[in-house]
Design a protein around this ligand. Sequence first.
Ligand code: NAP
Ligand code: GDD
Length: 324
Amino acid sequence: MKKRAFITGITGQDGSYLAEFLLSRGYDVFGLVRRTSTVNFERIRHIQDQITLISGDMLDQTSMFRALYDIRPQEVYNLAAQSFVQTSWTQPVFTGDVTAIGVTRLLDAIRSVDPTIRFYQASSSEMFGKVQEVPQRETTPFYPRSPYGVAKVYGHWITVNYRESYNMHASSGILFNHESPRRGLEFVTRKVTHHAAKIKLGLTNELRIGNLDAQRDWGFAGDYVKAMWLMLQQDTPDDFVVATGKTYSVEKLLQIAFSTVDLDWKNYTIQDERYMRPAEVDLLVGDPSKAGTKLGWEPDVSFEQLVQMMVEADLQHLKAEHKL
Ligand code: NAP
Ligand code: GDD
């Protein structure tokens, strides 16, 4: 009999890659989708006939009960969140409700329906915030710097708590930034690659951006979803840092993206206060050695390859969209 996996956040970047990955492993894949006035299935359209979508919301626990009761999955991947850090300052309560309390709603629904279900929580390097150690590892203390980061710390600890209180197979992946051609346009990597491509094609002539000095450990989303799955295949639940171990500045991102289309980023980029944050996370760099040793996981795609892949994909999309 096929294994059944239930993914919240299936319409997002990671949800779409994870659904593809699980289908390739022979799973029956189910995804939670919330009601919207227009359909937003762009990232999963190519696999829509192979998966089952269930209507629900992280704010509505009855929809989770119903979904779990109907599907009876062996594995649940909780990827749903208000995931944009900047928005978490303008919508701090909503962010807490979805990204923090939503985890408890789901864990408690699992506990009631079938506590043997294996659970993955999408924890985040944003929890390290004002970093207390370099590089950051599983034992590094958290110091979140945004309402999003605070909500993720709650989600992380409630996962640990359900594991310890109810002996549930609940694991957290502390994932560092991961990107792809499917990344939302508001995140800095995609914003930069999309603008580099637009400028190259003569569709715009400037990019307004915030802090150029922030450093991130950026990997490829397609590599990272495999680590999620590996965590749920272990005999014992645990927490793992998933990262590349290398860090680059936003300025370096600009250099690589614009040089991919033979342009100098300095001629097109304007710093704009609107994209600065009330509190910044200056430096993230993860130590993925535990994931390497215990899960046998390592990333395949380098930062340069990732940025080039994203610029090339944006060029293709824009050419098709504008019939160029
Ligand atoms: P994403 O592209 O923003 O996707 C978020 C998903 O959550 C979307 O499917 C969204 O649905 C869904 N969602 C939001 N609010 C919901 C609600 N109230 N009820 C049900 N679904 C809801 O994020 P991502 O990059 O794939 O990240 C996946 C997870 O990993 C998130 O929890 C994120 O915080 C975490 N994470 C991401 C990174 C990263 O670098 N990408 C790193 C660490 C952790 P709609 O399509 O309807 O909006
Ligand atoms: N978005 C954005 N837009 N960020 C900018 C800009 C801009 O115009 N200019 C500079 N930045 C800087 C931000 O200040 C931040 O330091 C860095 O670029 C990365 O910003 P994002 O791409 O928005 O990602 P993030 O690091 O805040 O959050 C992402 O990674 C987390 C893991 O560390 C999200 O995917 C989170 O959901 C995830 O948990």
